[in-house]
Design a protein around this ligand. Structure first.
Ligand code: GLC
Length: 540
């Protein structure tokens, strides 16, 4: 915890500011239906057999049901208990959940911290259960942390950078709480959490959608926080593409795994955050200026992603027949991809029916690996066209063994091994083939799969995945990840009582039971000519 010293310097005044924010009079929030009836029937989920009880339950009696019964699955109550055990408080108020509550593990590392990305499913669970306060506290806490000066050695980070994680230190003698944060300066490998800012914006929208309370997003703190994040990712540079250039390990896969360049996960989150911000920025001078920049970027980004990241049977066949060394605007093979670089596995993997956004596209490089998070977020943000969204679901059905197997959901497919593993991961012993980030199975991804299933009108796929999770998760102690080609083994170094495995399950259950929850984490397709969301009507 070398960072304690550095961060605590600025912590005292920050903490006071934060307390003032948290102490604001509570708003009387009435939860608005987050998903209108129109979208319901449009998406064909009215007749899907999903029971939608309409009301929300208190946490003592979490509402959830198994397929043929209104009795909550016994795992649901266990999950709520475990989720509540992971709560982190600051001056008596809940502000987040720790990554894992695993006392058996010898090494705590940073699993006792509140990770921004890990808190998202916890936050959604609390919102769906009618408990928005903790989410509001978390959003205010992290925006306060963003305001600190951030350094790695002698290098000052961008103002808008959001932390990967933070920790509250209680001093029982002085009776003080101090917050320390990690922007990558303590993280293994010193990786930059590019996804944190995007998740923050996405969560702010989820809070606003779920509660109908615009006042949080409207605060000068949140408006400024959003603008700072946007400044970072919309800044001009040497780029020739509208996608966002990143270093390796910049998101959920926070180790060297060949995800540098333009990883799908970041592009999908970037797109979703831009659209979310668009709906929350104020129409003042500064806000309007950002909205214009966002609008242009979204236009270019969706075109680029839908055209160049998309792969289906036809597209694969076209790439297979590509000519190379084409110069000028008429080039078909724009990135000069050499057909010989297409890996063997993809020819067998690609079904006639289905498609997906590949992992990465840059000059002479297409990373054909499948990444679950990026593809699910692409569906939720409507980065994927309705046809592409349906095709992604088709692929999941067609390649169930590979992409879901015995424990939902594979983080990526296939694993890299042997020489490639040595070169790409730098011989990482944690990311050996079919383990952890290298083809491991992560229960947290269940909520994203479920949301994507509901959005595409295929709840039966989610139900199948949830059944698989229910057969093992509780019994195995809510592991962080599973290993093996079909995800049969509890991960080599997996934590138990991993909070996002627990929360991910709860969110999946609640969403399937009441699909109206989807609205807080999903965006309808944008008709390019219209503004993304008309502010005056966005929350009704
Ligand atoms: C691992 C995961 C990362 C997660 C963290 C805390 O480092 O790769 O995505 O945020 O654990 O759970």
């Amino acid at each position: 915890m070398e960072d304690l010293r550095v961060n605590s310097q600025s912590s005292l005044s920050d903490v006071d500011d934060l307390s003032r924010l948290l102490d604001r009079p509570r708003l009387n929030i009435e939860r608005k239906r987050s998903f209108d009836e129109r979208s319901f029937s449009e998406m064909g989920i009215m007749d899907s057999g999903i029971n939608s009880p309409g009301g929300r339950s208190g946490w003592e009696t979490p509402a959830s049901s198994t397929r043929n019964s209104f009795e909550p699955h016994p795992m649901v109550a266990e999950a709520w208990d475990a989720l509540r055990r992971s709560l982190v408080h600051f001056r008596g108020q809940p502000v987040g959940t720790i990554a894992a509550y695993d006392h058996a593990s010898e090494e705590v590392l940073n699993y006792d911290q509140v990770f921004v990305r890990d808190f998202v499913p916890s936050a959604l669970a609390f919102l769906m259960n009618g408990e928005p306060e903790i989410v509001k506290n978390f959003l205010l806490m992290t925006i306060q942390i963003q305001g600190r000066e951030k350094r790695i050695d002698r290098f000052k980070l961008g103002e808008g950078a959001m932390p990967a994680s933070f920790k509250v230190i209680h001093d029982p003698i002085k009776k003080t709480d101090t917050v320390i944060a990690d922007f990558g300066e303590s993280a293994i490998g010193r990786v930059a959490p590019v996804d944190s800012g995007f998740w923050w914006i996405i969560l702010l929208r989820a809070y606003t959608k779920s509660t109908g309370d615009l006042s949080l997003a409207d605060t000068p703190e949140c408006q400024k926080g959003m603008r700072l994040i946007l400044s970072l990712c919309l800044s001009e540079g040497f780029d020739t593409f509208p996608t966002l250039l990143c270093a390796d390990g910049c998101s959920m896969v926070d180790r060297r795994m060949g995800v540098y360049g333009y990883p799908i996960e970041i592009q999908a989150l970037f797109f979703m955050a831009l659209r979310s911000a668009m709906s929350m920025l104020k129409h003042d001078t500064e806000g309007k200026e950002f909205m214009e920049r966002i609008s242009k970027r979204l236009h270019a980004l969706s075109f680029h992603m839908r055209s160049y990241f998309w792969l289906d049977f036809q597209q694969l066949n076209d790439i297979y027949r590509y000519k190379t060394e084409e110069y000028s605007h008429t080039a078909v093979n724009k990135f000069n991809v050499i057909p010989d670089s297409i890996p063997e596995w993809v020819f067998d993997f690609m079904p006639l029916r289905g498609g997906y956004f590949i992992g990465n596209v840059s000059p002479a490089r297409m990373d054909f690996r499948w990444f679950a998070l990026g593809n699910c977020v692409a569906i939720l943000a409507s980065l994927a066209t309705p046809e592409q969204s349906a095709a992604i679901m088709d692929l999941i059905e067609e390649r169930w063994e590979e992409l879901v197997g015995e424990m939902p959901v594979k983080i990526c497919h296939p694993a890299i091994e042997s020489h490639e593993w040595r070169i790409v991961t730098g011989c990482d012993p944690k990311n050996t083939r079919w383990s952890y980030h290298n083809g491991g199975s992560w229960p947290v991804l269940l909520w994203l799969l479920t949301a994507a299933c509901i959005k595409t009108g295929r709840p039966q796929i989610a139900r199948r995945a949830i059944d698989l999770a229910e057969s093992r998760l509780l019994k195995d102690g809510w592991p962080e990840y599973y290993d093996g080609k079909s995800g049969r083994f509890i991960g080599k170094q997996a934590r138990k009582f991993q909070t996002w495995s627990i929360a991910g399950y709860l969110v999946a259950k609640m969403m399937l039971e009441d699909p109206s929850h989807l609205g807080m984490i999903s965006l309808e397709e944008d008709k390019q000519t219209k503004p993304v969301i008309k502010r005056s009507h966005s929350w009704t």
